[in-house]
Write a protein that binds this ligand. Structure first.
Ligand SMILES: [Zn+2]
Length: 344
C-alpha cells in the first residue's frame, strides 16, 4: 500500500525518502556495520538489498522529479557511500562511485520505473491497472501535451536508455518480453548508458588516470574480501587516495614542515623522513615479487606508479599471483606512511 503525503508534494516525498535512506543506513551502522568491522563490499550488499529498497519504496510513481530534489537525494546517497568506505565528506564523486562500483541514485529510480513498465505491459488485459495504462498510453499517443505523470516520464526514461524500440514493438504487436528478458535488457542498456557517460565525463578528468572507471569494484576492496587481515591497510589506502584528490588539502608536510602542492606525493615519494619505508617497500618487492617486477615498477612514470599503488594494476599483465602479492606489499607501504603522517 502506498501512502501519499497530505499535500501531494513530491519534494516532501523525496525529503522523507532521504531521511529513510540515512536513517536505515545508520541504524544498520549502529548494529554492527561500521567503518572498521565490515568490508565496504559487504556494506554495499546490505545497502543495496535493505537500505535502497526501503528508501525508494513507491519511487516508480515519482513523476516530474525536479533536479533540486534529485540533487538532495544524491547528496544523501553519496554520504552513505563515503561513510561505508571511510572516505571524507569532500571526496570526489567519481571516486566514491568507482571504487565501490555503485551508481547515482537516479539510476536506481529509473530502474524501478522501467521494471514497473514491464510489469504493466505483461499484466492480463482484464486487470484495471492494465486498462488504465493502455488508455493513458493511447491518450499520450494522440495528444502528448495533455497527459502527465508516469507515461511521459517512462517514455523519457526509455529514450534515455535507448529502449524506445521496446515500447514501439509493444504498441504494434501487443506482446512484451518475459520478466527475465526485460530485466536483462534493462541491465544491458543501463550499463551501456553509464559506460558511455563515464567515458565522456572522464576525458578531461585527471581521476581517470588513477582510478579505473570500470564496472567492477577496486582491487583494494576485493582483496580485503579474500583476506580480511588486509582490510585495515586497504581502508588506509582508500583514505590516502581520497585525500590525494582533495584540491584544498593541507600543503605543509606534518613531519619535515616543507610546503608542497601535493602532500600525498610528497609523503610517499619525496619526504626524507619516509625514505626508510620506501626502501622497505622496494626491498619487499624484490624479495617477494622478483627483480623483473621491481625493475618494471620503478621504470614507470610517477603518475603511473601512483595509479598502480592505488590499485590500477590490470594493465601491467603481471598475472594474478604477482598482482595480489604486489598489492599486499603496496597497501602495507601506503598504510604505514599514511599512519606515520597522520593522514589515515
Ligand atoms: Zn616531509
Amino acid at each position: 500500500m502506498l501512502y501519499l503525503l497530505g499535500n501531494f508534494s513530491l519534494t516532501d516525498c523525496v525529503e522523507e525518502a532521504c531521511k529513510k535512506l540515512r536513517g536505515t543506513f545508520f541504524s544498520l551502522v549502529n548494529s554492527g556495520i561500521n567503518n572498521y568491522g565490515l568490508n565496504s563490499l559487504t556494506s554495499k550488499t546490505i545497502y543495496k538489498t535493505v537500505v535502497i529498497p526501503r528508501a525508494l519504496y513507491g519511487s516508480e510513481l515519482w513523476c516530474d522529479l525536479q533536479q533540486r530534489d534529485l540533487a538532495r537525494f544524491e547528496v544523501a546517497h553519496r554520504f552513505c557511500l563515503k561513510y561505508m568506505q571511510g572516505l571524507g565528506i569532500r571526496a570526489k564523486t567519481n571516486l566514491v562511485y568507482s571504487l565501490i562500483d555503485m551508481k547515482a541514485i537516479e539510476y536506481e529510480i529509473d530502474k524501478n520505473k522501467l521494471r514497473l513498465f514491464g510489469q504493466l505491459c505483461n499484466l492480463p488485459c482484464d486487470k484495471l491497472a492494465k486498462v488504465i495504462f493502455v488508455n493513458r498510453l493511447t491518450s499520450y499517443e494522440d495528444n502528448p501535451s495533455i497527459v502527465h505523470g508516469f507515461i511521459p516520464d517512462i517514455c523519457s526514461i526509455l529514450r534515455k536508455y535507448s529502449l524506445l524500440r521496446v515500447l514501439e514493438q509493444y504498441k504494434q504487436t501487443g506482446t512484451f518480453m518475459s520478466k527475465f528478458q526485460w530485466k536483462q535488457c534493462i541491465k544491458i542498456n543501463m550499463c551501456n548508458y553509464e559506460q558511455s557517460r563515464s567515458r565522456e565525463g572522464s576525458s578531461n578528468d585527471t581521476l581517470s588516470n588513477y582510478i579505473d572507471i570500470s564496472s567492477s569494484p577496486s582491487i583494494l576492496w576485493t582483496m580485503a574480501i579474500e583476506n580480511r587481515s588486509f582490510l585495515k591497510m586497504c581502508r588506509s589506502t582508500v583514505k590516502v587516495i581520497g585525500q590525494y584528490f582533495y584540491s584544498d588539502y593541507r600543503r605543509t608536510c606534518p613531519k619535515c614542515g616543507i610546503g608542497t602542492e601535493t602532500l600525498i606525493v610528497h609523503i610517499l615519494y619525496e619526504c626524507t623522513l619516509s625514505e626508510p619505508h620506501r626502501i622497505k617497500f622496494l626491498r619487499d618487492l624484490l624479495t617477494k615479487c622478483g627483480e623483473d617486477i621491481l625493475t618494471e615498477f620503478v621504470s614507470l612514470g610517477l603518475d603511473t606508479q601512483l595509479s598502480v599503488l592505488f590499485g590500477c594494476i590490470d594493465t601491467l599483465q603481471w598475472g594474478d599471483v604477482n598482482c595480489q602479492m604486489f598489492m599486499k606489499i603496496a597497501v602495507a607501504f601506503v598504510h604505514k606512511v599514511g599512519t606515520v603522517y597522520g593522514v589515515v
